[in-house]
Design a protein around this ligand. Sequence first.
Ligand code: EPU
Length: 336
Amino acid sequence: MMIKQEVSLKAFNTFGIDVAARYFSAFASVVELKALLAEANLKEPILVLGGGSNLLCTKNFDGLVLKNEIKGIELVGQDEDHVFIKAGAGENWHRFVQYCLDNNYAGAENLSLIPGNVGASPMQNIGAYGVEIKDIFQELEAVDIKSGEERIFSLEECRFGYRESVFKNIYKGQYIITSVTYRLYKKPRLNTSYGAIKQELERMGVRELSIQAVSQAVINIRTSKLPDWKELGNAGSFFKNPQVSLKKYEALKASFPMIVSYPQGEGMKLAAGWLIEQCGWKGYREGDAGCYSKQALVLVNYGKATGQQIFELSEKIIASVLDKFEVNLEREVNVI
Ligand code: EPU
């Protein structure tokens, strides 16, 4: 396998940040990945890249970047109600959703148009419009970076939470996900609980609900609110929606009656976009780093921003939300 040196990562991260990787290579199969790991021999820190859609690069990467290009989508099993579809981790996420729509397999439609690749979906339990990957996850295959051994992770073993899994905490940097098997429904179980979907379906004048209609509604909402990274660099939501106790929420509600929130377990989840907007950041621009004008949770690169500049803007936003609401925002993106 060819390992290149000093490769720009600009084309490999959706923020479009121009940093370099000391070493860079791609793999298209588990066999190639294992060969690369053996060649690298743990000498360098390793960063695995999927679609680069949840990544903020603040400096050159002094190690080996491995681009996952394992492709393929196949039906691997079924029972009375489900089909099991295995997808290569390097497959584009929306291509997988499109495959499900084309074959009338239900469950992924609310997750239409999320940027990134299949391999990243369990990493942070991607979610949108009332559905998370955990709802359609069956199992995944991964390679242990140290031993080169293959391992299967079940739903329980991934310990999915809100934008969380074992791959983001206890096993961080230890495994490379090579494929994911999803469990989809033969008969649709539509989830239109999210207010914006209902409104959009009405606006579209949809009479008969279908997974294709829900997907189109999601696509319409996303394209109206979220910037296309090909036109304006971004990594989707930059922060997580913070969770607070009921007590804290009630105190906030008393001071800020318009606060946007949703019940979450024992407490409440706050709309971080609302908190950020209230601090006056929505549409703010400093050089080429900015806070998106239609959705304050998204930070954008107008062209030549450095990762450091975007990071600094995020620090200011965190500080001002803390100051005004005494709520600590956590970043959702992976900062390297
Ligand atoms: N809001 C504002 N101002 C803003 C943005 C939002 O007031 O600038 C308020 C509005 O009241 C709005 C509410 O916040 O109704 C919720 O906004 P939105 O529906 O856009 O969702 P979100 O909570 O900001 C989350 C996910 C998104 C996902 C949407 C839809 C996180 C961190 N983000 O955003 O995921 O698409 O819900 O389910 O949970 C991502 O993770 O990259 C991502 C885009």
